[in-house]
Write a protein that binds this ligand. Structure first.
Ligand code: GDP
Length: 472
């Protein structure tokens, strides 16, 4: 039963006597302190031979203290639409020109680095919590500090609150940037009061949330904001070993004409070098070339540095890790093995979250199951009312978690988010966008639509109490 529970945690659903993939078996063995060795039966006799198992070099859990060096913080900017995230990112990017850095033309590779008074700071170039959550869901939680942007004229809005929730749930250090302070309608006091009401008390209000009042138009406060980032990075003591085996997270991937599959990665540890063979999820490659955020070719990328890497055999997945391997032969062998595992998983019946099956999983898993929901409603009022009613349902076996909830139609990004978190999408009096319908089909995400509040609540209650008829 313990093994079954472990497998469910790994999202593998099998019957007691069903075979499982060697990679999965290895993971389970490891968790219980065993070493997994694979047997191979030779064709002629019945001789057992242990096959060579190639493993990706793992980042050591504890690095030798003397090898650790400070690394740049990685910053994600979040906040409500139109509050100035993109403009702020541009302004911060341009601030390095003032620092006297030599030319190069800005290239949008998904992240960039600024050097503030000798301290490099790395910014993810895609604002918003979609990428943040997606990367986290894929195990590439690389953000150290979240900057929550609030426009001084507009104050806190629904997406600001979502952003605060995401950052807090991920236990990230938060810095607030109150933007657009150049506007006559700016009301900084009101923003700070609203922030305090949402659990972020700024330092001048007696709290511990650092903040900067900025204008991306006049440039006021930009330096203070950079200063705060450098300071918080120091407090966090972000360190990694630049000498170890190179490991990096993929944040963007694209096909570049003439260069083939390329990806922007942020180096997490070690130093990535041109010529290094690597594995990246189910794909392998060899670093043929690297380019920084100014389009300049670089030979090496130390921790915290974003670089566009060419030399992938196929387009890698965002959120996968690139790991340096000993040689190309091993990288290729491991990639083949991983592709085989994926192929078999694709052929096996999919077990995505279904409201109707939830209760059965409780009995399999032993522990308390989670019903993960993404809720979209016609108006914010119904969002609040439905959430309240659902969270009030008591169940000993199932707990309900709202991954996100908002007013508006069900979009493609809702489906992707549901797919990466294995959530169910509930819609109340809303439409499903065309692209979302397609995505739900291909990602096999369940969407349930309601137009009567109590029907929605009753169904969720029944799911949590095991009263729904299982789907066949
Ligand atoms: P995003 O949706 O959060 O990325 O917001 P944008 O960066 O696209 O900005 C939304 C609008 O606000 C644009 O029209 C910007 O020109 C404007 N804006 C951004 N920053 C400032 C600022 O500091 N002051 C003023 N007055 N307008 C700004």
């Amino acid at each position: 039963f313990q093994v079954m529970a472990d497998l469910i945690k790994l999202s593998v659903f099998v019957a007691p006597n069903q075979p499982i993939d060697p990679e999965i078996a290895a993971k389970v063995c490891e968790a219980h302190g065993f070493r997994f060795e694979r047997e191979k039966r030779e064709k002629g006799g019945g001789v057992h031979k242990v096959e060579e198992v190639i493993k990706e070099p793992e980042a050591p859990k504890v690095e030798p203290e003397d090898q650790l060096k400070l690394r740049p913080p990685i910053i994600t900017i979040m906040g409500h639409v139109d509050h100035g995230k993109t403009t702020l990112l541009d302004k911060l990017r341009n601030s390095r020109v003032a620092a006297g850095e030599a030319g190069g033309i800005t290239q949008h590779i998904g992240a960039y680095q600024v050097v503030h008074e000798g301290h490099p700071i790395t910014f993810l170039d895609t604002p918003g919590h979609a990428i943040f959550s997606d990367m986290r869901a894929r195990g590439a939680d690389i953000t150290d500090i979240v900057v929550i942007v609030v426009a001084a004229n507009d104050g806190i809005m629904p997406q600001t609150i979502e952003a605060i929730k995401h950052a807090k749930a991920a236990k990230k250090t938060i810095i607030v940037a109150i933007t657009k302070i150049d506007l006559p309608a700016a009301n900084i006091m009101r923003v700070k009061t609203q922030l305090a009401e949402n659990g972020l008390q700024t330092t001048d209000f007696g709290g511990d949330t650092e903040f900067a009042e900025v204008s991306a138009y006049t440039g006021e406060g930009i330096d203070t904001l950079l200063e705060l980032m450098a300071l918080q990075a120091e407090v966090l003591e972000l360190k990694s070993n630049p000498k170890g085996n190179a490991r990096a997270a993929v944040i963007e991937a694209r096909i570049v004409p003439g260069r083939g599959a390329s990806a922007t990665v942020i180096v997490e540890s070690g130093t990535l070098k041109v010529g290094a063979p690597f594995i990246c999820g189910p794909f392998y490659g060899k670093v043929k070339g690297m380019f920084n955020d100014r389009g300049e070719a670089v030979k090496q990328a130390p921790p915290g540095m974003p670089v566009e890497v060419i030399g992938f055999d196929e387009l890698p997945n965002v959120g996968d890790h690139l790991s340096e391997m000993k040689n190309e032969r091993e990288a290729k062998a491991l990639a083949t093995e991983r592709q085989e595992v994926q192929r078999r998983q694709r052929l096996a019946p999919q077990h995505r979250a279904r409201m109707e099956d939830l209760y059965a999983m409780v009995n399999e898993g032993g522990g308390k199951a989670q019903l993960k929901l993404i809720l979209k409603c016609d108006v914010q009022g119904s969002v609040e009312a439905i959430k309240k009613a659902v969270l009030a349902i008591e169940s000993k076996k199932v707990e309900c978690v709202f991954i996100t909830s908002a007013a508006g139609p069900i979009t493609e990004s809702d489906i992707q988010y549901a797919s990466s978190t294995d959530a169910i999408v509930l819609g109340f009096n809303v439409k499903v966008e065309g692209k979302a319908v397609k995505a739900a089909k291909s990602e096999d995400v369940q969407i349930k639509l309601y137009s009567i509040v109590y029907e929605l609540i009753d169904q969720v209650r029944d799911a949590m109490l095991g009263l729904l008829d299982p789907l066949t």
